[in-house]
Structures are given as structure tokens and as C-alpha cells.
Design a protein around this ligand. Sequence first.
Ligand code: PEP
Ligand code: MN
Length: 293
Amino acid sequence: MRENWQIQFAESPGVLKSPDCAQTIVRVQDLEIGGGEFITMAGPCSVETEFQLMATAHHVRRCGARILRGGAFKPRSSPYSFQGHGLDGLRMLARARKESGLAIVTEVMSECDVPLVADYADILQIGTRNMENYSLLEAAARSARPILLKRGMMATVADLLRSAQMILDNGNPNVILCERGIRTFETATRNTFDVAAIALLKHVSHLPVIADPSHAAGYRELVPALSRIAVAAGADGLLIEVHPHPEKAWSDGEQSLDFADFEEMMTALDPYLALRETVVKDSPATRSLEAVG
Ligand code: PEP
Ligand code: MN
């Protein structure tokens, strides 16, 4: 690895590739995240109703998603917007897991909710607004659940890796990094999708990397193209917002795909995933991985 990055990421030695660890595989149910299979996590932004969640769970599973997402505790820009159903939302997620067989990823926003959310979730999501909330990270790490760590919208790659290191330092090696777009001068999209960060993270770190084109784009029309780009950049999977009626969604409807669009996107991704098999094997990142492995 270049000296430049060794210096920039010097605070996070444990997340960097090394002879001891070239790739972390996070195991959830029968899934291996970071293990070569491309894993799609999909579902609504917020858990709204039993019907909305069950219908979405069955649909995304049929289309090839392996993990169901859905927020029961919602970080909203306005404190007056819908904040999520809390425990009722977690119960709906548990029923959806039972009915669909999908694993569950859901956000935890507060340190004191960690034990509750960890009782229901297979993966704890730390949202962009909490990436540097170290007391939350510590509590989440100690729950021993795998953690999907979203990049802060104004965080550098070094900041993200530092937070990941902090989770490792608290005894939890099962960290999944997530690029979800950052704030730049560009306002035409909700955030700026930093695909270079995906390539860089795959190059320097042994942790799995998931791309979230929904929050990066902010507009559903762009989500399929950004998903293809994420595949090409080497991401280990996607996080996609899907809703039966996006125009009626209680949060993030503009960026949510409806069922038909999600199905079309997943089908259209297949040739890119097939190509990835060959390209990723021969990439400089993989070669350097073999060199340390
Ligand atoms: C979400 O996943 O719905 C969410 C709130 O994500 P972020 O923290 O990236 O904004
Ligand atoms: Mn959302």
C-alpha cells in the first residue's frame, strides 16, 4: 500500500489489509458478506405498516435480495417528521424475517436502545449522522451483532476507518462499511456518490463494503445506474430502498424504487455481476490482496 495511505490511515491499523487478514467475511444466517457473493439488502426506508413490510419482503426476496432493510428508529432532518414505530416496527421486522426467511438490518440511533434493537436485528445499522457517536458505536460493538457502519455525510475515508477501528477495539470484528454519498457543492443529487471511496476502501481495507445508491442519488431514476457503477467499483453488495407505492412513502419516497423498477434493476445487474467475477479477480486491489494473503 502507498505510504500516503499508510500515513492517512495510521490511526486505524486494524482495519487495513495485512498478512494476518486480507478479507473479513461477516457471517449472518447462511450468508457471507465480503465472501465473494454479491449481497443485496433491500426494503423500505421506514417500516410503516404490516402490509407494506411483508409485501416488500416477499418481493425483494423473489428478486434476489438476501437481507431486508427497514427503519424502526428513524433519524429525520426535521424532528417533527415521522420518527419511526420503534418497538412496534422491530416486531414487524421480526415477523417479516419469520415469513420471508430474510435477515434483518435496521438502524439503532441511541445507546440505550442497543439491547432492544440487537434482540430483533441480525445487523445493526449506524446511520450517517451517528458515524462519530462513539458511545453509540461502543454500545453497538458490545452487542456482538454485526454492524453496518454508514459513512458520515461529511466524513473522510480516514474518519470512516477510524470509527470502524473503534468498533474493532471494542471486541467486534464484524464491521461492514457503507458508502452512502457525501455532501459536496453539487446539489442536483441529494449527495455525491463517492465511488472512488468504494475502490479505495476495497484496496486498503479487509472489511466488506456495501454501496447505498439510494441515499447517494436521492432520485430513483439514478439508482440503477449507480448500482451498476458500485458493482464495477468492487462493492460487496448494495443497500436499496424499495416501497410498494413510493409516492406514498412516509420517508425517502423520491429515492425509493417501486416493485417493477426493483425487479428490472436486479435483472439488468446480472451481466454486470458476471463481468465482475472476472474483472475483480484480476484487479490491482485483488492482486495486492493476494500479495498480503
Ligand atoms: C436510511 O438508511 O434510511 C438512512 C437514514 O440512511 P443514512 O443514515 O445514510 O441517511
Ligand atoms: Mn432512507
